[in-house]
Design a protein around this ligand. Structure first.
Ligand code: ADP
Ligand code: MG
Length: 708
């Protein structure tokens, strides 16, 4: 731990957390500027949170015979035997042999001064320290740190190594500098750091104190101390984030009005008893109950409905809309694309046929005359259910009393757009966000913590899991033959090509070539095509041609990713599958397996794959579980990319890792829930320190507002 060697020199200046680093010993205005620019550090507190990237253990002395490749820095004890200059000019270097009783390693200095050369203690018992690399059957160490044993500083802690850069090192801000600086700051920890977690909690969770944690994160006595410090700081970070969400959620529940839907009436009951085409799965029933309970209360519902592709979210949405109707309210359902809105519209119209309930569709391509009628019927209250795209959000669209807004495929809608929905009624409508891209649980806990989450984790009965296989170019003919066999059995096939915006022209060319190729190969069948450059009417016609069964094959871009529903399609061939992300592959695969037949997904790739692509393809072949896939996706891409650029940076943790620290996040969430339920205003004396810390540090820092 930190010793008090330098105390006298430093104790004159009493620090506090906000002290500018300019005033720290050895810094001054110019270096302060540099440090701020390179490391983003400007206060003492920033320095305390400037964590080492690794630690050096100088307590262990290796024998040369025990050296292995890939060890971290090691310490050896022995003598420098030979020292000679070799090479000339730029290749000139100083070379030596270092020996202990078990073997020899080469030493080398590439740039050195005469002074250094003269200083090197040849033939004396010394300690050297550095990274031993294995080269030409021999271990060698470049620029080792050298210490003569008697002169050695007594250090009973691991040496921290801080993130640094050449720019800093060149100006003398090297590891030694940072180590001394942090040592001095750490001496003042007893006055700088106050505990912010209640005592009972630390005892219960066996957490290290805050002061000890900061000391041990910089200068741990050993790895066990480091781990305890790490755990404490991670927990603290997770805890205060969760506290923020928890308090916000609680505030929302006590303060934001919503329209209570107390009854389930004729619209719902009539439909449920006479028109429901299948039994609900028990997951659908459970989720519906959760929604129903929410909407009963005079508080706005904010619920995220997660359910894999094909799990039957649409039916849950429709039944919820019927409850709204039973209570005299209107509903709208929004989808991110025209095709999807169209499909929801026809699906829902079909289900409601015979019930006497009208549904209308509002999209960018709705004719003006029709649009006008819809606007009037919405503001007059004659129309109860509207399906649409972003067009629904336009200011001109006014509802008489919008009570429920359902957003399908949530990740495509921005926060600002959702805010517009809120404003469509004096008392904001209940919000149900549906997503088929399951979000890893830790991420959901962090990112959607102020939302309630419902999960449909069960597929309708009778579904056969989709069989997924990986095939390469050389297998193409056998893939085509397989497709042909399926067509003969009466099935339909999708071929999907990547369309990535940066190289759209190239992708478009690939798509066209693929289309021609398939036309030739399947000249005895009807092939249709769907891509983003087509006019809405053309897209419609193509969709219709395929959905009606007139075309056996559809060649498409990822336009079909979201929601397209043709139950008779049983094979999905994904071309250049290595170019798709995991969640996109999963979405695409969900286009098949919607009927009773066995379905297949074939991932075509080039022969050579990067490790990451291989892992993606392998994951797809191994599992159909969207949650598992999203976990792997997060490991591969990190949380920022999963949430989308728009939202990345929201989960901006200092120490926590959403993948590794799932347990800690879960524990912190549960702890916070317990605390808030018992002491919602954090007014118990045990909770005051925590409350003040939260208010000082976190209030206003969460970038997202109360809108999900
Ligand atoms: P998603 O969750 O992907 O939106 P859908 O709502 O489109 O899924 O449902 C997929 C298919 O499953 C639809 O054809 C739908 O009619 C059907 N379906 C939904 N629920 C059930 C159920 N409980 N039993 C049988 N089929 C169902
Ligand atoms: Mg859907």
């Amino acid at each position: 731990m930190v010793t008090n060697q330098k105390k006298s020199r430093n104790s004159a200046s009493v620090l506090n957390l906000d002290t500018s680093i300019e005033y720290l010993k050895g810094i001054g205005p110019e270096r302060a500027k540099l440090i701020k620019n390179v490391l983003g550090i400007s206060t003492v507190e920033d320095f305390l949170n400037f964590y080492p990237i690794r630690y050096l253990d100088k307590s262990k002395i290796y024998k040369i015979k025990d050296l292995k490749e890939g060890l971290p820095d090691v310490q050896l004890k022995g003598k420098i035997k030979e020292l000679k200059e070799i090479g000339t000019g730029r290749t000139k270097r100083l070379s030596g042999k270092f020996q202990d009783e078990t073997g020899t390693v080469d030493l080398v200095w590439f740039q050195y001064s005469q002074w250094l050369k003269d200083q090197l203690p040849v033939n004396r018992e010394i300690l050297i320290f550095g990274k031993a690399s294995f080269f030409n059957n021999q271990f060698s160490m470049a620029h080792p740190e050298i210490e003569i044993e008697e002169k050695r500083e007594q250090e009973n802690y691991l040496k921290p190594i801080y993130p640094s850069s050449e720019k800093l090192t060149k100006r003398g801000l090297n590891q030694k500098f940072f180590q001394n600086l942090l040592k001095n700051i750490c001496l003042q920890i007893p006055i700088l750091i106050q505990e912010n977690l209640p005592d009972y909690l630390m005892k219960f969770l066996k957490l290290m104190s805050r002061q000890q944690a900061f000391l041990n994160i910089h200068f741990p006595e050993n790895m066990t101390h480091f781990e305890a410090a790490d755990r404490r700081l991670k927990f603290e970070e997770a805890f205060f984030f969760q506290l923020g969400y928890g308090l916000k959620k609680q505030y929302h529940q006590t303060n934001s009005q919503g329209n209570p839907f107390p009854v389930v009436g004729d619209y719902f009951n009539n439909f449920y008893e006479n028109f429901l085409p299948f039994d609900l799965t028990s997951a659908q029933k459970r989720v519906l109950k959760e929604i129903r309970t929410d909407m009963k209360r005079p508080v706005q519902m904010n619920r995220l409905l997660q359910g894999d592709v094909g799990s039957g979210k649409t039916m849950v949405a429709l039944l919820s809309m019927l409850i709204a109707m039973d209570n005299g309210f209107q509903s709208c359902m929004m989808a991110p694309t025209e095709i999807l809105a169209q499909q929801h519209f026809s699906g829902i119209s079909e289900l409601l046929a015979g019930t006497g309930i009208t549904v209308k569709l509002l999209t960018g391509s709705t004719k003006n005359s029709e649009r006008k009628i819809i606007h009037e019927e919405l503001s007059g209250g004659e129309l109860s259910i509207l399906v649409g795209t972003h067009a629904v959000l336009e200011d001109i669209v006014q509802f008489k009393n919008l009570g429920l807004a359902i957003i399908d495929e949530q990740h495509r809608f921005g926060v600002a757009q959702r805010a517009k929905l809120w404003a469509k009624n004096r008392i904001p409508p209940h919000i149900l966000v549906m997503t088929a891209t399951p979000i890893p649980r830790t991420l959901a806990m962090s990112f959607y913590s102020d939302l309630d989450v419902s999960v449909i984790d069960e597929m309708p009965a009778g579904r056969k899991p989709i069989i997924t296989a990986h095939r390469k170019e050389k297998d193409r003919i056998s893939v085509y033959n397989f497709c042909r066999d399926e067509i003969i059995k009466g099935r339909q096939i999708y071929f999907v090509y990547p369309l990535i915006e940066e190289s759209e022209t190239l992708d478009y060319k690939n798509l066209m070539e693929g289309f021609d190729h398939i036309l030739q190969h399947f000249s005895d069948y009807n092939v249709t095509m769907l891509h983003g450059r087509m006019l809405p009417a053309e897209k419609d016609a193509a969709m219709q041609y395929f959905a009606s069964g007139k075309a056996q094959i559809m060649v498409a871009t990822t336009v079909i990713e979201v929601g397209v529903n043709v139950p008779n399609a049983s094979v999905m061939v994904i071309e250049s599958a290595e170019r798709f992300g995991l969640s996109q592959l999963h979405q695409l695969r969900g286009r098949v397996g919607r009927g009773a037949e066995q379905s297949y997904c074939i991932l075509m790739t080039s022969d050579k794959l990067s490790n990451e692509s291989r892992k993606r393809i392998k994951t797809m072949c191994e599992t159909n579980d969207g949650f598992k896939i999203s976990e792997v996706d997060m490991q591969l891409r990190g949380p920022g990319d999963i949430l989308g650029t728009q939202q990345s940076g929201v989960v901006d943790y200092k120490r926590l890792d959403l993948v590794q620290d799932a347990k800690i996040i879960k524990a912190s969430k549960e702890t916070v829930e317990k605390i808030i339920s018992k002491d919602p205003f954090l007014s118990h004396p045990d909770h005051l320190a925590m409350k003040y810390y939260y208010q000082k540090q976190y209030r206003g820092k969460n970038k997202w507002g109360k809108i999900s």
